[in-house]
Design a protein around this ligand. Sequence first.
Ligand code: HEC
Length: 226
Amino acid sequence: MKKTALSFLSKLGVVALSFYLVSCSPNPQSPGIEYMPDMYRTQALEPYSGNTNYADSMEARKPAEGSIARGYLPYGLPNTNEGYAKAGELLTNPYPNSEEVITEGKVIYSKMCVHCHGKEGAGDGPTVAAGHPPPPAYNSAALARLVEGKMFHSITYGKNLMGPHSSQLNVEERWKVIRYVQTLQNPDGEGEAKESTDEVEPMAEDAPADGNVEAASEEAEPEMTN
Ligand code: HEC
């Protein structure tokens, strides 16, 4: 009994001593011998540690040309008149014309648009009172039948005095605010009955200015996003 205890203690002593010896180093910065060093030291490069694979040793590289971030599709239409026309033909709002979406759109509108376009979209926001040229009213002959794809294009790239909003509003927010703008386009909810002058282009078939969302959302969506 006594003998086994002694031999156990001596074995423990040897183990402790060897730990003591290998863990010491004259260099106070050295961690000594490390058990499984790759558990502490990553194989990947540490940020800003330099990269020997490149002549400039820069480590934070730009993505390869043409890379597209996950969950992000670039807006494929150019900022030209042709792009504008194409947007009118191709793009449909992926969000339903529901109370909920309109309420969200209204919040965005009241933060990002109301100061120019005015509460009712009449083009009489506070910036106009301060001397900024007024935008046309949404229910004017010029805009009452503007299709949503063109709205999306104009909000994305801006139009004349209106600046681009693609950096302030993501795709979802742009489509939602459009749902709210459409309620101001047709305050009486009589979308399709809206008569307008000849100079306004006819509404594209797939553009539900009147809340006819089901018909529109069945069409193949080009999913142009930015
Ligand atoms: C700095 C003032 C300003 C702000 C902010 C602004 N707009 Fe405009 N907006 C204008 C002006 C001015 C026009 C008229 C542009 C033209 O046709 O020359 C316009 C035009 C539009 C049009 C018609 C575009 C077309 O294709 O004819 C829509 C739709 C529109 N704005 C929506 C919005 C929405 C939605 C917001 C908020 C996200 C917004 N605007 C923010 C000034 C503004």
